[in-house]
Design a protein around this ligand. Structure first.
Ligand code: 5RP
Length: 152
């Protein structure tokens, strides 16, 4: 396992899972930065913490991000508003792996209310373990997305 820099964020719905993942990933030797929420607050909002984690990933090329919520949908949407973020909602190990292999996703979104803790850990591990394939057709598509993002 290659130790990685990982930026993680969650709202109240993902808070418990975030706590477990921070502990699990740190124990596995990863360098984990927790962007909040700092504590459980049933009324908190996911966008700011997802923006923070996404910005941190873009600022540190090679790092990866994890955003957690109830469904993961809003967290993915919010993270994807940060230029340079490619956030993928993973809902099984195939979608987690393909997010890296085909999309070079740098952020994984997971719905904590959709999975057991063990399933969520498997999604994260599959995501972290998979490299981008580098295949020309995938790179071409990623480049088209980047060009659109930069208004080119
Ligand atoms: O998954 C999410 C966004 O996509 C949120 O975690 C979810 O909407 C929070 O719901 P509630 O405020 O009812 O606990």
């Amino acid at each position: 396992m290659t130790a990685m820099r990982i930026h993680i964020a969650a709202d109240h719905a993902g808070f418990e899972l975030k706590t477990v993942l921070v502990e699990h990933l740190t124990a596995a030797g990863h360098d984990v930065v927790d962007h909040g929420a700092p504590g459980y607050d049933a009324t908190d909002d996911y966008p700011p913490v997802c923006f923070d984690a996404g910005r941190a990933v873009v600022a540190e090329p090679g790092s990866l991000g994890i955003v957690l919520g109830g469904s993961g949908n809003g967290e993915q949407i919010a993270a994807n508003k940060v230029p340079g973020v490619r956030a993928a909602l993973a809902w099984n190990t195939d979608t987690a792996t393909l997010a890296r292999a085909h999309n070079d996703a740098n952020v994984i979104a997971i719905g904590a209310r959709q999975h057991s803790v063990d399933e969520a850990i498997s999604l994260v591990e599959a995501f972290l373990a998979e490299p981008f394939s580098g295949d020309a057709r995938h790179q071409r598509r990623i480049d088209l997305i980047s060009a659109f993002e930069s208004g080119r």
